[in-house]
Design a binder for this molecule. Structure first.
Ligand SMILES: [Zn+2]
Length: 210
């Protein structure tokens, strides 16, 4: 079998997965994803790989959304079940599913922050749903204001409450993102991040409510 490596893979992509097997076991080509070799199409198991590893990128909060999407689409094409040998189709389906899940999490800042928290020291915000009492009180009041504005059919009041909720949502998003960039940090930083992520969700829900 001859293998013609495809040009165009940036060297930095290989550097990003330095902790993984760096060469294809079948054709010896450097791998820029641990899932698939773009040289010979050999597929590897997605088991035990983080979402970042699946996409061949370094685990950090700040991602280039365009680059993330390009990598996702390129890998999806490479592992497409119809393009592999019959015995590889099951594995291709598993790889595709894992890749889809990884992309859905990493492309959303809130989910990406939660995932990083889980990956870099956890427990995640979804596991520990603690929210400060002041957040509960504040969202309860806003929720009541929303209901009143609804009942009164007061569009201006409704918009004013939503604007308050959105402003708080944006503040908490910025705070969560700033804390996520400091991960793994210590337990107190991670607790602050969990609280900020949970509060972010509360205000995001209120911002979207009708
Ligand atoms: Zn190969």
């Amino acid at each position: 079998m001859t293998h013609v490596p495809k040009p165009g893979s940036p060297p930095s992509a290989v550097g990003g997965v330095a902790t993984l097997p760096v060469k294809c076991a079948s054709c010896d080509r450097p791998l820029d994803s641990p899932l698939v070799c773009v040289g010979c199409r050999a597929l590897y198991s997605s088991e035990g790989l983080s979402h970042f590893q699946l996409l061949g990128i370094e685990p950090r909060f700040d991602l280039d959304a365009g680059e993330l999407r390009r990598r996702y689409l390129a890998l999806t094409r490479e592992i497409h079940p119809d393009r592999g040998a019959a015995q590889q189709q099951d594995q291709a389906l598993r790889c595709s599913a894992a890749l889809n899940e990884a992309y859905e999490v990493l492309r959303r800042p809130q989910k990406r922050a939660e995932y990083l928290l889980e990956l870099l020291g956890g427990p995640s915000a979804a596991t520990d749903r603690s929210v400060e009492q002041s957040v509960l009180t504040e969202t309860l009041l806003l929720s009541e204001e929303l209901q009143e504005a609804h009942a009164a059919g007061d569009a201006a009041a409704l918009e004013s409450v939503r604007r308050k909720a959105r402003a708080r949502r944006d503040e908490l998003a910025a705070r969560s993102e700033a804390l996520t960039r400091q991960l793994p940090g210590d337990e107190s930083l991670r607790a602050d991040l969990r609280a900020a992520l949970n509060a972010w969700k509360y205000f995001a829900r209120l911002s979207d409510e009708d």
